[in-house]
Design a protein around this ligand. Structure first.
Ligand code: FAD
Ligand code: DLZ
Ligand code: SF4
Length: 512
């Protein structure tokens, strides 16, 4: 019986669960570049170039490892345009009797795959997605019966279970979480190392030309493409991160600097999410850096928490709360995404910086995504559907399983607080504390009202006031409401007016 193993574009690992069940002699692996996946949202050009190039390079590794591979290029005559149509075509061509794949990372595709057995009239076996350490069931077991689903408690459980940074039953260093040490601004005399880059080889150059030709109207730049496209290169990115950036990762994790996109972050999300690196490899490498004395606990625990905590949690959270998570809109936010999310043309320097870096690199680090771009979307009441689509398009590490919980759960509070205990809302002073953006800005972060005032300042109070009925009784928000009640009410009134006027300007597409 001959089996077809479908490897999706983000399943680029020799250890993929789908591959491990096939017979190299009799079975075939299929990888295909298809229009349906490349255009279901108009992905950033660099994201498509990265995946297509990584897929082409991975096909060679598969052949080197003895697999029979059918690779369908975007412009091949036999390209059927969608994953199902391509599988159906191959089943007929090769006389396939069974299809196997690992569970897709997006609900829409998983739902589609569930119809394939009936449509193809042969078994289509979906295996667990093993690009994670915990299983979906682990999350469900943990979440079942809970009223609150806080990442911190899930993280403690997985740390215990996988024995990461544990000293018998206690967390190494005496605390589970060293975040309090991880909130420093970058000092002026400190320059983060340059990112690890790879000049495009002939295969990548072909893909870049294809992307320019076929996806020229998609968002984003592609002239400076420099990502890793092989596992060896991705391992190099990880190695250099551990050696050169990890020791300062924790302390400056939240810092933002004018014209600096990469900071002390790891830049491995593209590779982990595409299957090129396993999360455990990154976690064990970081843990080893702590035990060898190379990196301090605040950095190592901070980095491990992002992957073993947040990444695993987000994936479990996604499947647990889908499909409702996609349409949730607890705060009834309806405003349209402003044009400047695409072109960066705004006088708000922090937003302009983050959009420009996103356009240039298909990357922005966590605090830029959360506390600048995300915070604005929350305070300005932007429609979750439009915000989600934007995040899914613009980042090269974006797949719905990780993008949606970060956007609807973490930044927009659209899920009504399943993920976060309170909204991540902040005024301009947070951005000023963590960056030097404000000193390059048209607006003044110190001013609260009037034409020069930082819009984050009045939008913040506009948001707090608008959602009083939802948040006033939240113990974590009580202080804010007490502060608002004690404020000079005339001044508050001016801020609320400015917030309303600003939203009208946004609606009318005026420059802000
Ligand atoms: P580092 O800062 O070096 O962190 C190390 C690793 O931890 C990352 O590579 C990633 O694998 C993991 N990680 C960190 N934070 C998170 C998180 N909140 N959720 C899941 N994994 C995390 N990450 C994605 O991988 N894809 C997305 O589409 C995505 N969308 C986001 C949208 C918003 C609104 C926000 C606030 C965050 C989003 N993140 C997303 C999480 C995070 O911003 C990125 O993982 C990180 O910026 C990637 O850069 P890095 O590899 O340099 O990360
Ligand atoms: C994101 C993406 C893109 C741009 N193109 C392809 C493709 O041509 N072929 C493919 O198999 N996968 C692609 N992907 C990744 C899929 O969209 C991804 O597997 C699903 O969104 C599930 O995460
Ligand atoms: Fe952003 Fe306000 Fe600072 Fe300008 S002043 S950079 S808008 S926080």
């Amino acid at each position: 019986m001959s089996t077809l193993c479908l490897l999706l574009g983000d399943h680029l690992s020799l250890n993929m669960s789908s591959l491990s069940s096939i017979n190299k002699q009799t079975d075939t692996v299929l990888l295909c570049e298809v229009k349906a996946e490349a255009t279901y949202v108009k992905h950033h050009k660099a994201k498509i170039a990265f995946l297509f190039s990584a897929m082409r390079h991975f096909a060679i590794s598969l052949q080197d490892n003895g697999y029979k591979v059918e690779y369908v290029h975007y412009n091949d005559e036999n390209n059927q345009g969608s994953l199902f149509a391509q599988v159906q075509y191959m089943v007929k061509q090769l006389g396939i009797e069974k299809v196997v794949l690992a569970k897709p990372g997006e609900y829409r595709l998983f739902q589609d795959v569930e119809t394939w057995t009936a449509k193809l009239n042969i078994p289509v076996v979906v295996r667990d997605d093993n690009r994670f350490m915990a299983s979906e069931q682990d999350f469900t077991d943990w979440a079942e019966g809970k009223k609150q689903y806080r990442m911190e408690f899930f993280y403690r459980e997985v740390r215990r279970r996988f024995n990461i940074l544990m000293d018998d039953k206690q967390p190494v260093g005496g605390k589970w979480n060293f975040d309090a040490d991880n909130r420093e601004k970058l000092p002026k005399n400190l320059s983060p190392p340059e990112p690890t880059t790879f000049p495009p080889d002939a295969m990548t150059k072909d893909v870049i030309a294809l992307v320019k030709e076929e996806f020229g109207d998609h968002f984003g730049d592609i002239n400076d493409f420099h990502y890793a496209v092989t596992r060896e290169q991705a391992l190099e990115v990880l190695k250099v991160f551990i050696a050169d950036r990890l020791p300062k990762f924790g302390t400056y994790q939240d810092a933002m600097v004018q014209d600096q996109a990469w900071m002390y972050h790891s830049h491995v999300s593209f590779y982990i999410n595409a299957g090129m690196l396993h999360p455990e490899e990154a976690i064990l490498a970081a843990q080893e850096a702590y035990y060898s004395g190379h990196a301090p606990i605040n950095s190592v625990e901070g980095f491990i928490r992002q992957i073993l905590g947040w990444r695993e949690y987000m994936r479990g959270f996604y499947w647990y709360f889908m499909p409702g998570l996609k349409t949730d809109n607890y705060l009834q936010a309806v405003n349209a995404l402003p044009e400047f999310y695409w072109d960066g043309k705004t006088d708000m320097n922090c937003l302009s910086q983050c959009v420009k870096q996103t356009k240039e690199h298909a990357y922005a680090h966590h605090i830029q995504r959360l506390m600048v771009l995300g915070n604005f979307a929350l305070l300005a009441g932007l429609d979750p559907e439009q915000v989600n689509e934007w995040y899914l398009i613009v980042y090269a590490d974006a797949y719905e399983w990780v993008e949606l919980p970060n956007v609807s759960g973490m930044i927009l509070y659209s899920d009504g607080g399943h993920l976060a205990s309170k909204p991540y809302a902040a005024s301009g002073s947070y951005i000023n504390k963590m960056s030097n953006y404000c000193s390059h800005c048209h607006y003044s972060v110190k001013e609260k009202t009037g034409p020069q005032a930082c819009p984050f300042n009045y939008l913040y109070w506009g948001f707090i006031n608008k959602h009083k009925d939802k948040f006033e009784k939240n113990p974590r928000m009580a202080m804010i409401y007490r502060t608002m009640a004690k404020m000079d009410q005339t001044k508050l009134g001016h801020m609320l007016d400015d917030a309303d006027k600003f939203i009208i300007k946004l609606e009318q597409n005026e420059k802000v």
